[in-house]
Design a protein around this ligand. Structure first.
Ligand SMILES: Nc1nc2c(ncn2[C@@H]2O[C@H](COP(=O)(O)OP(=O)(O)O)[C@@H](O)[C@H]2O)c(=O)[nH]1
Ligand SMILES: [Mg+2]
Length: 278
């Protein structure tokens, strides 16, 4: 039986992810559009049905990468070897990926791509600027660096073979981890939304419980007359009838409720609860 495997293909925009996915899935590329969301490519490798999930690499889309981490068995990370300026940024981005708790310990194939554009690709020089060993040791991930480009994809294929082997070795552990991480991701979402729900509820309650001014005796007695203990109702009364609270000053004796003068902090008998609500 075929085992379903998910491999995430990440890297900065323009590093060559789509190109590599086409090579891997043996497809002819028909468009040159940058990937603004994600693209799925499939390929059977021995007893694995592999899905390569390429996610766009521009800054905005990088914010959604983490949603795909829990399900990933492994990562392919593509770097444009010819883009001197972007190499440091690319390393920072990879560091952020590898330190994520859903990625730590998973195997990563780093592809130094576009070798055809470099006159004398110096992999040692690249390695110095892209210290993968530090990341591998610190985050306990197996990392393999391979070079490839339009001129030669040999190392891409051997890299994929290495990745398959790594996944095979760790398969049971990866499967357990993936189902655990998916669940914990869900729980995290649940607890986040629960906290959000509770916060908004407590804000509503807090608003109801802590009126900016205490209700006047007038409104309290109106509520008592009306036979309702609902505080929200009393706030409605306060707002609609502009009955100010006792602590708002001595003018309380002069308040009007529906045209009826309120004496002191009490309310005349003839002001009904219904009238108060209008
Ligand atoms: N010369 C050369 N160009 C490449 C190579 N790989 C990709 N490209 C080009 O680089 C551009 C970006 O590639 P693409 O795969 O769309 O990058 P992505 O944004 O990472 O998916 C396209 O114009 C590709 O044709 C390569 O190995 N050599
Ligand atoms: Mg792309």
């Amino acid at each position: 039986m075929l085992e379903n495997i998910n491999i995430l293909v990440l890297g900065l925009n323009g590093s060559g992810k789509t190109e590599i996915c086409h090579v891997l899935s043996d497809k002819k590329r028909t468009d040159m559009f940058p990937t603004n969301g994600l693209r799925l490519f499939a390929r059977k490798i021995e007893n694995f049905a592999v899905t390569f999930t390429e996610i766009g690499g521009n800054e905005g889309i990088r914010n959604i990468w983490h949603h795909y981490y829990p399900k990933a068995h492994a990562i392919i990370y593509v770097v444009d070897l010819a883009d001197e300026v972007a190499i440091n940024e690319s390393y920072d981005v990879l560091s952020n990926v590898i330190k994520h708790r859903f990625i730590q310990g998973k195997s990563i194939l780093v592809l130094a791509n576009k070798t055809d554009l470099c006159e004398h690709p110096d992999i040692l020089d690249f390695y110095e600027r892209f210290p993968l060993e530090t990341l591998a040791n610190f985050y306990q991930s197996h990392i393999l660096l391979q070079c490839c480009g339009h001129n030669d994809y040999t190392e891409l294929y051997s890299g994929i073979d290495w990745l398959r082997h790594r996944i095979e070795i760790d398969l049971q552990h990866l499967k357990n981890r993936i189902s655990f991480d998916i669940e914990s991701g869900k729980n995290q979402n649940d607890s986040r939304s629960r906290i959000r729900r509770l916060t908004s509820m407590s804000q509503v309650r807090g608003f109801l419980r802590r009126p900016r001014s205490a209700p006047s005796v007038a409104t309290s007695s109106a509520r008592a007359k009306q036979g309702t203990g609902s505080f929200s109702r009393s706030r409605r009364l306060i707002r609609k009838n502009r009955v100010h609270s006792a602590d708002q000053g001595p003018n309380i004796a002069q308040q009007e409720v529906n045209g009826v003068k309120v004496e002191g902090n009490t309310i005349p008998e003839n002001v009904s609860g219904e009238a108060m609500q209008r």
